[in-house]
Design a protein around this ligand. Structure first.
Ligand code: ATP
Length: 584
C-alpha cells in the first residue's frame, strides 16, 4: 500500500501513532529548552548593563555582573544538557519502536512480498532511513523548542532594548522563508532517490559478500568492482544533489543575516551619535542581532532535514501498511494433532499473474505414506511443497489436510504439523544445539542428543571443538553438506510433526555420508506422511507412489514398476538417473 505524501498527513500520523506516547519526554525537553532560550536572551541585557555601567564607572560591573554571568551560564549549561538527553532519548525510543514494528511486519509478511523485495532495500529501511528519521525528529524538537524559543526571546529582548530597530529585524527575516520552503520540496524528492540507491547498494554488497566463492571461482572480481563502483558513484551523485540543495539555503540566510546586522549597525550607530540612544542599548542590541543568526540559521536548515526525514517516514509507513494476503480466517480451525492425510484437488497456481506454474494438479496421500515427486527442473515440484504449509495461496483448487482446506486452518497450527527439510539448509550463527532446537524450543540437551543420534549427527558433533555448543559460522559454512543435512534432519525429527516435506539434495555426497543421510531420512519418515522431491533412484523406488510432473502438470503416477512399464517420461528419467548413478 502506498501512503499519502502530504507533510500534514505524515506529521499527523507520526504524532498520533509514535510521538504522543513520548509526551513526558517531549514536555521535559521543551521545559529545559524554555530555560535555555530565556537564559540566552539575558546575555544582551547583561552586555547592555555592562557597557552602561562602564560608561558611568559603576563598580558593580566587576562584582555583580560576573556573578550574574556565572549563574546564567550554570543554569543554561544544566538546561542544555537535560534538553539534549531528553530529546535524543525521545527520538531514539521512537526509532526503536518503529524498527520493532517494521521487523515484526516483515516476519509476518507474505512470502511473496519478501521474495519480491531486495534484502538490501529492506535492510536499508532499518539503517539509512532510520538515521534520517532520528535526525529529523531530534532536530524538529530542537528547532521548534530551543531555537525558535531562543529567537522569540531574543527578539523580545530587542523590542525591550529598541523597538524601532526590532521592527526592522522582524520585517526582514521572513523574506528568507519562501525560497527555503521551495528548496525543501525538491529535497524530499532527491532524498527519496538517495534512499532507493542506498537500498540497491546494500543489496549489491550483501550479494557480493555472500557470493564471494562464486565470484572468485569465475574470476568475476573485476566485473563486480565495476558494478559496485558505478553504484558508489551513483550514490555520491545523488547525495551531492541533496547536499547542494541543503547548502543552497546557506547563502540566503547568511546574506539576510548580514543585511540585518548592517541595518542595526547603521541605524543604531546613528541613534547613539545623535544622542537618542545609549551605547549600552546599542551594543546590547547588536549582540542580540548577532546571537539571533545562529537560531535563524538552524530554523532555515531545519526544513531540509525535515523533508529528508519525511521521505524516510513515508517509506516506513509504506512498509508498515503492507497487508499480508495470507491471514487467518476469523473462524480458522486450530489443527493440534493432524492425522496426516494430504490432498491437492485441481490446484492451479502462478507466482506472477500470467505464467501458470501448476495446472490442475491433483495428488492424494494417506497418513504415513511416502510419495515421491519427480520431473524435470522447473516442472513445479518445489511449488507443491510451498503450497502445503500455505506459503502461497492457490489460484484455484484446494489443498487439504485431513479434509480441511488449508485456507480454513490457523496458519501457525498448520505449520506446526509440518517439518520441512529443504535442499539449501539454513543454519543460523548459533550453537549446533540451538540450531537443532529450532524444531522445539522447549527441548533439553538430552532430547537434542537423542534426535541427533537418530539422525546420525551425534558422532560428528561430539568431535567438534565445543561439541553441541560449537557455533556454526554464518550460513553454516563450517560444516560439510552431509553434516548440514543431518542437522536439518535432527531438527525435523525434534519437531516430530506428522507431515514431512523433503527436498532431496541434488549434490552428491560421498558413499559414507550418503549412507548415513539415507538411513537418517528413512528413520525420519517412518510413520509420517512424507512428500519427497526425489533425485535419487533409491528414494523414488522406496516411495509408495510416484507422481511424475512436467510443465506444471502431473503426467504419470503409480509405482516404479508400473511407470517403467508405461515407457513414458518416468522411464526416460529413470534411465538417465540409473546411468548417472552407475557412472558416479
Ligand atoms: P527444480 O527441480 O529445478 O527445483 P521444480 O520442479 O521444483 O524445479 P519450481 O521451483 O516449483 O520447479 O518452479 C516452477 C516454476 O516456477 C519455474 O518456472 C520457476 O522459475 C518458477 N518460480 C519458482 N519460484 C518462483 C518465485 N518465487 N517467483 C516467480 N517464479 C517462481
Amino acid at each position: 500500500m502506498v501512503v499519502k505524501e502530504t507533510t500534514k498527513y505524515l506529521i499527523g500520523r507520526l504524532w498520533r501513532d509514535w510521538l504522543q506516547s513520548q509526551f513526558v519526554r517531549i514536555s521535559g525537553a521543551v521545559f529545559f529548552m524554555v530555560i535555555v532560550a530565556a537564559t540566552s536572551a539575558l546575555y544582551p541585557k547583561v552586555i547592555e548593563l555592562a557597557v552602561d555601567m562602564l560608561a558611568d564607572s559603576d563598580k558593580r560591573v566587576i562584582t555583580l555582573l560576573p556573578a550574574a554571568i556565572i549563574i546564567i551560564t550554570f543554569i543554561r549549561g544544566i538546561a542544555s544538557y537535560s534538553q539534549s538527553v531528553l530529546n535524543q532519548s525521545m527520538s531514539l525510543r521512537v526509532i526503536a519502536e518503529l524498527q520493532k514494528s517494521m521487523f515484526s511486519k516483515l516476519m509476518y509478511a507474505d512470502m511473496k512480498m519478501m521474495q519480491d523485495t531486495k534484502t538490501g532495500n529492506l535492510i536499508s529501511r532499518f539503517t539509512n532511513d532510520v538515521n534520517l528519521m532520528r535526525d529529523a525528529l531530534s532536530r524538529t524538537l530542537t528547532v521548534l523548542g530551543r531555537e525558535l524559543l531562543t529567537a522569540i526571546a531574543l527578539i523580545g529582548m530587542m523590542f525591550h532594548l529598541d523597538w524601532i530597530l526590532a521592527i526592522i529585524v522582524v520585517i526582514t527575516l521572513p523574506l528568507a522563508g519562501r525560497p527555503i520552503l521551495r528548496l525543501g520540496r525538491r529535497l524530499r524528492r532527491a532524498s527519496t532517490n538517495v534512499q532507493t540507491s542506498l537500498g540497491s547498494l546494500t543489496s549489491t554488497l550483501a550479494q557480493s559478500f555472500n557470493g564471494i566463492r562464486l565470484i572468485k571461482a569465475y574470476g568475476m572480481e573485476k566485473q563486480q568492482n565495476q558494478q559496485s563502483e558505478w553504484l558508489f558513484d551513483e550514490v555520491y551523485r545523488l547525495i551531492m544533489k541533496t547536499v547542494k540543495g541543503r547548502a543552497r539555503s546557506q547563502p540566503i540566510l547568511e546574506i539576510l543575516g548580514g543585511f540585518c546586522v548592517a541595518l542595526v549597525l547603521a541605524y543604531g550607530g546613528l541613534r547613539v551619535i545623535s544622542g537618542s540612544g545609549t551605547l549600552g542599548e546599542f551594543v546590547g542590541f547588536l549582540s542580540a542581532a548577532i546571537m539571533l543568526l545562529q537560531p535563524i540559521r538552524s530554523i532555515g536548515n531545519f526544513n531540509a532535514s525535515l523533508q529528508e526525514g519525511l521521505a524516510a517516514v513515508k517509506r516506513t509507513f509504506d512498509l508498515l501498511d503492507t497487508k499480508p494476503e495470507i491471514i487467518d480466517h476469523h473462524q480458522a480451525k486450530i489443527l493440534n494433532q493432524a492425522i496426516g492425510n494430504v490432498e491437492l484437488i485441481d490446484v492451479s497456481f502462478s507466482y506472477e499473474n500470467n505464467r501458470p506454474v501448476l495446472d490442475k494438479v491433483s495428488i492424494s496421500i494417506k497418513e504415513g505414506q511416502t510419495i515421491a515427486l519427480v520431473g524435470p527442473s522447473g516442472a513445479g515440484k518445489s511449488t507443491i511443497l510451498n503450497l502445503i504449509p500455505r506459503f502461497y495461496d492457490t489460484d484455484s483448487g484446494s489443498v487439504k489436510i485431513d479434509g480441511h482446506d488449508v485456507k480454513n486452518i490457523a496458519t501457525a497450527s498448520l505449520r506446526s504439523q509440518i517439518s520441512i527439510v529443504s535442499q539449501d539448509i539454513t543454519l543460523f550463527n548459533l550453537s549446533i544445539a540451538d540450531n537443532i532446537r529450532f524444531g522445539d524450543f522447549s527441548a533439553d540437551l538430552d532430547k537434542i542428543q537423542h534426535v541427533a543420534k537418530i539422525a546420525a549427527a551425534h558422532d560428528f558433533i561430539i568431535n567438534l571443538p565445543d561439541g553441541y555448543d560449537t557455533v556454526v559460522g554464518e550460513r553454516g559454512t563450517t560444516l560439510s553438506g552431509g553434516e548440514r543435512q543431518r542437522i536439518a534432519i535432527a531438527r525435523a525429527m525434534l519437531r516430530n510433526a506428522p507431515i514431512l516435506l523433503f527436498d532431496e539434495a541434488t549434490s552428491s555426497l560421498d558413499a559414507e555420508s550418503e549412507f548415513l543421510v539415507h538411513n537418517a531420512i528413512k528413520r525420519l519418515s517412518e510413520g509420517r506422511t512424507t512428500i519427497v522431491i526425489a533425485h535419487r533412484l533409491s528414494t523414488v523406488m522406496a516411495a509408495d507412489k510416484i507422481y511424475v510432473m512436467n510443465e506444471g502438470k502431473i503426467v504419470e503416477h503409480g509405482k516404479h514398476k508400473e511407470l517403467i512399464a508405461k515407457n513414458g517420461l518416468y522411464s526416460r528419467l529413470a534411465q538417465i538417473q540409473f546411468q548417472y548413478e552407475k557412472n558416479s
